[in-house]
Design a protein around this ligand. Sequence first.
Ligand SMILES: [Zn+2]
Length: 572
Amino acid sequence: MTNTLRSLPAAVTRTGALCAVALLSACGGERAAPADDTALEPAYAAITAEDIMRHTAVLAHDSLEGRAPATPGEDKTVRYLEEQFKAMGLVGGMPDGSFVQNVTLLRSVPHPEASFHVGSRVIPLSHPADYYMVTRREQALVEADAELVFVGYGVVAPEYGWDDYKDVDVRGKVLVMLVNDPAIPDPGDATKLDTSMFKGSAMTYYGRWTYKYEIASAKGAAGAIIIHETGPAGYPFAALSSLARENLDIKSPDGNKSRTGFEAWITQPKAEELLSAAGQDFAALKAAALRKDFKPVALGARARVRLASDLSTVQSRNVVAMLPGSDAQRRNEYVIYSAHWDHMGRDTTLSGDQIFNGALDNASGTAQMLSIAKGFAALPTKPARSIMFVALTAEEKGLLGARYFATQPPVPLSKVLANINMDGVNQWGRTSDMVVIGFGNSTLDDVLADVLRPAGRSIGPDEEPEKGYFYRSDHFEFAKQGVPALYTEAGSHFIGKDSTFGQQKRDEYTSKDYHQVSDEVKPDWDLSGAVEDTRALLAVGYRVANADTWPSWKPGTEFKAKRDSVLAKRTP
Ligand SMILES: [Zn+2]
């Protein structure tokens, strides 16, 4: 308790004092209307390092077996979360008052056979050494014998005047495409990328494999093959190995018939073998694909595919809790906190440790969300609007729980002001900043900056934008549906440490523990910074839940049009 009070952010006292005098506009302005954060003291006091650690340790315990969806570990996880929310006095967030949103998933285990054919020449493909292949359809056998067409990056981006497909009809064809988005050199300085195109070196959604398969589906392709290159992908081919074991997807009423027949990845050497057999050159095709006037290239070759899949239906769950707002007029409007509860389960083929505990990813973010819920519950006067907390399933399988929640929300998204997502806390001590993934996208950044400023803290951009983190956690599914979303990460300036400390620790985690069985609670964790970040995220939600003005996407952001159309349909 002593520790808790000593580390209360200066914001608690200083903001209150300043705002109480004559500087109201400097303390949050119109955006955050009555931003009297002194009211938050009971909430801040309820958020402690001990609590975050305690929940993390429970969720990351071996007995939960790595929290894979649709396993006994899920049952234990869901029960724990529901118990915790109930103990805080929260109510179920589903329309029937329950805490559980059922998410029906399609599970498939692929057994593909495939080969390329150029004239009489056959290029055999060995699975999974040369390629990975899955179908998202509820179809036990997908077969294709179709022409191969190289479509560059496979991108249609009207805002950049870019269309890799031009008018070419690719229905029934098998598309071959490059990973990431077009890396177009700056016309004035060839050592740099053109920042006016596809955000320069930062990855846009057009660079994500999910986008590439979506557009292939929309174009009616028989299948799509992405050529893996380690640099632009950001990870080695082997990092995709779970595709060969088991895949989950949301089960749609039409059996996912609208999806392309198969989604595949191929190694660069195999792709080069195909292209050279077809009289093409990989480097030359890549260069051509960087030009706006690029047109699809028919390879004069065929792909033969026989993809058998073992299919089954499994049930998983999102856990949804709610703290009803105190203002009867605005109680049916919401701020939604989210964190994925799932992780990668257990791999029985491993010798030694088989359990992917996912302590940081994302037992810790789930623990952080529980702490925020406890903080809100401790407030004598609740925020005007309702606060919803959703622990999401199957993030590790492609943001599935979030996609399900955001497309079948228990409350209309036109009534949701913001999503605040948590995926991993800062376990290395206090920072003078917080990193915003997707910095500058929405006015939520400004609210966070206002919250941090009195304590002398600041916000900054993601230092690895080329890795496309904005598209790699659950807030993205909210953003896609137009909801302004905030997703932060540990700051990069650690107090009392040298300037390389943050990057060094991040690299260490990525190379040693990320998605490994060693992501466990470590004795050297220092959650003092996590406590401050957690309080700040609570304050952001609190301000938004009380403010007169709704958060919005900033002009030029790819999600703004969607939000505008959702809000235009809003009923009072
Ligand atoms: Zn995660």
